[in-house]
Design a protein around this ligand. Sequence first.
Ligand SMILES: Cc1cc2nc3c(=O)[nH]c(=O)nc-3n(C[C@H](O)[C@H](O)[C@H](O)COP(=O)(O)O)c2cc1C
Length: 203
Amino acid sequence: MTGEPLPAFRDDLELTLAECWRLLQEGAASRHSAFHVPTVATLDEQGLPELRTMVLRAAEPERRLLRFHTDRRSAKIAQVARSPSGAIHIYDKPSGIQLRLAASLSIEMEGDEVDAAWAASRSFSRICYRVTAAPGSEVEHPEDVAFDHGAADEGRGQFCILLARIHRIEWLHLAHAGHRRAVFEADEKNAGKPEWKGRWLVP
Ligand SMILES: Cc1cc2nc3c(=O)[nH]c(=O)nc-3n(C[C@H](O)[C@H](O)[C@H](O)COP(=O)(O)O)c2cc1C
């Protein structure tokens, strides 16, 4: 929970929505932010929720998009192909802010955006994509996990991006002066600049 002074966004829906996207953009840029490592939910083949931590790589309010990087052999890829329904959760203890996002998920394996994401990735991060067996497959012993260190493409062949197009944002701000809760829903019909409708909720 936060103390005084009260932030400007506290009783203002427009500023609260702007703060959501500011925090997400800060999360993508700074590994010190709680918003850097959201929990991403997908639905498994039984329709049950699956949760995992992922590094937030980019947040674009104009496109209502969050970008994540992953291995195209990982379980979440087949899950997203079956059901695009996703959810994202973040809680930042120092600020007392929780975000719950509803999203439509998609996977991109080729194209300019994937090429640019790969080009910007560090060689240390690329090593993960050189693991020879699919992430999540069973091994007899932990030491049996092998990496193709000589891979000509450095692992690019296993790399893909997960895009989350956000259509609902639920904001909760815990504060001694009184909690604030709001929901923002995107106008799905609007293909251009996103329009959000915000409402206050009982915390
Ligand atoms: C701090 C942290 C950051 C992570 N970042 C990513 C990531 O950016 N991409 C990813 O695919 N997995 C990441 N993981 C691993 C996932 O949480 C998960 O274990 C893995 O992706 C397998 O998930 P799946 O079997 O549902 O596909 C991260 C885990 C932690 C603890």
